[in-house]
Design a protein around this ligand. Sequence first.
Ligand code: GTP
Ligand code: MG
Length: 138
Amino acid sequence: TERTLVIVKPDGVARNLVGEVLRRVEAKGYSIVALELRTADTDLLARHYAEHEDKPFFASLVEFMVSGPVVAAIVEGHGVIEGFRSLAGSTKPTSAAPGTIRGDLGREWGSAVVQNIVHGSDSPESAAREIGLWFPAL
Ligand code: GTP
Ligand code: MG
């Protein structure tokens, strides 16, 4: 079976939405196989979001992601990479469909940063790379 890296971002932890996100993951039938609450450092986030390093929002994105604790999880299940992206919804909370995590819970006001609650790996290559970054022992 497939694995993906899910992160409940600082906005999700600060708003007490960790259980709500994990509930949706488990209700879909996926399994949590590793789970950790931690405040990441800039080096880890810069590597995590390396594909975005030339984007105008890169610095504020990294700053936001280290601004408080996050919950990182390895989630396992058939087709979970695509499946979790579907549960999460599209990047912008304003246009994300109702019923998705970002559509139901995300915000993009009151901050320069898109506060979209969760991250999910976007391909098998990204999942392997990101799991290696966040859970180097696994
Ligand atoms: P992740 O699961 O976090 O990787 O989200 P994604 O795959 O839906 O989006 P993408 O990888 O393109 O962007 C990564 C993150 O950067 C997003 O989740 C947002 O938090 C932020 N982001 C993306 N596009 C923009 C943008 O145009 N403006 C701002 N301010 N932030 C953005
Ligand atoms: Mg992405």
